[in-house]
Design a protein around this ligand. Structure first.
Ligand code: UT7
Length: 364
């Protein structure tokens, strides 16, 4: 009997403070209509805590949905490109917070493709018998690297976390095929220069290299072509066709990218999960949050063929084809939530605006 990894729990954390398109009109020269027409985004969340706080909330919901205790988990993979800290890993930090004392833990960075990379890694470890129950989390605090004076980037991204539990199954469900890849030479299209050792010890942080550098048009093209090719590859490996797919859960970067990729694949939008309107682009958190919304709104039925797909900085891409198991309703629920805050979104972004202001002193 073939052993595969099947998804048995899901959860998310969307921070309570929202940055709406109307709020952005106060920060940059933009308008709600432009943003909605070009991206499909209406609002995104700005976290008032840390990356791991969101990860913990998402993980607690996923554990409850799977009917598991934290001690049942034997591996935690945290996908993030906006870590709270780089040593120890955020996954270790999360392990401590959850009390998941039996779990190995590591972070994985594949930018927006991180969750799908991690899902494939978890599934492979389960299929090989190395691990049995894996918690995979995608968590991002992207507002930290966002220049809220730059309308080209700041309208797109948001904060959040999503989580899923992968468990061993011999019932024929689980991951049937996958594709993942990278194109390092194209990586200059999306860069956060100074989140690592390039940060200059003597001169301190330079706003010019501390913000996300992003070439929107180039990324758009890479994304549409990349998603379609990657999904085809994963479907081929699984021995199924696009017609067999019940639901695609894509990275939520831009609704136009999703629409164009779905068209190329010949998959109607009724078979595509889209929740970008009130999430924005949350990088590695986007696929697990969309998966969670799909499961909680009845978009997945037992035995469905579900495809997760993402592309992002690196450039990286990944797609995974899952035969869903019997679990389509959460076993239990959790009341985990971030602590409330009285801070307004403008208060949360004030330090960021101040830090990046020198880059815009000559703007018209
Ligand atoms: O997760 C992976 C990373 N993210 C993505 O995959 C996103 C990929 N790229 C995109 O989503 C799109 O390229 C954008 C949404 C970033 C831009 O959409 P676009 O249709 O490619 O717009 P554009 O860059 O061609 O800009 C058109 C015009 C420009 O004005 P001019 O030069 O024609 O006068 C921009 O300056 O729109 C202007 N513009 C804006 N106007 C109002 C750019 N940003 C804004 C804005 N509000 N926020």
């Amino acid at each position: 009997m073939t052993r595969r990894a099947t998804i048995t729990g899901w959860g998310k954390c969307l921070p309570p403070v929202k940055l709406t398109n109307a709020d952005l009109e106060h920060l940059v020269d933009t308008d709600d209509r432009w943003i909605v027409e070009r991206t499909g985004i209406k609002s995104r969340s700005i976290n008032h805590m840390q990356t791991t706080d969101m990860a913990e909330v998402a993980a607690l919901h996923a554990l409850a949905a799977a009917g598991l205790e934290a001690t049942d988990i034997d591996l935690i993979i945290m996908a993030t490109v906006s870590p709270e800290i780089t040593c120890p890993s955020n996954a270790c930090h999360l392990q401590a917070r959850l009390g998941a004392v039996n779990a190995a833990a590591f972070d994985l960075n594949a930018a927006c493709s991180g969750f799908v990379y991690a899902a494939i890694t978890a599934s492979s470890m389960i299929a090989s018998g190395v691990k049995q129950r894996v918690l995979v989390v995608g968590a991002e605090q992207l507002h930290w690297v966002m220049d809220y004076w730059d309308r080209n980037t700041c309208i797109l991204f948001g904060d959040g976390a999503g989580a899923a539990i992968f468990e061993s199954s011999t019932n024929g469900d689980g991951m049937l095929g996958a594709d993942l890849g990278a194109d390092g030479p194209a990586g200059s299209t999306m860069v956060i220069e100074s989140l690592g050792t390039r940060y200059n010890l003597i001169e301190g942080r330079d706003p010019a290299t501390s913000r996300l550098h992003f070439e929107g048009k180039a990324v758009f093209k890479i994304a549409v072509q990349g998603i379609a090719a990657s999904v085809r590859q994963a479907l081929d490996q699984a021995g199924v066709s696009a017609d067999d797919v019940n639901l695609v859960v894509p990275h939520q970067a831009n609704e136009r990218i999703i629409n164009a990729a779905a068209r190329r694949l010949g998959i109607g939008l009724d078979r595509v999960m889209i929740n970008i309107a009130d999430h924005g682009n949350t990088a590695a958190a986007s696929v697990p949050m969309a998966l969670c919304d799909a499961a909680n709104t009845g978009r997945i039925t037992p035995g469905d063929l579900v495809v997760m797909t993402a592309f992002g900085g690196g450039v990286t891409w990944a797609s995974a084809v899952f035969r869903w198991g019997q679990r389509v309703t959460a076993v239990g629920t959790s009341d985990a939530a971030l602590p409330p805050t009285d801070a307004t979104v403008f208060e949360l972004l004030a330090a960021n605006r101040e830090f990046f202001a020198p880059l815009h002193s000559g703007d018209a």
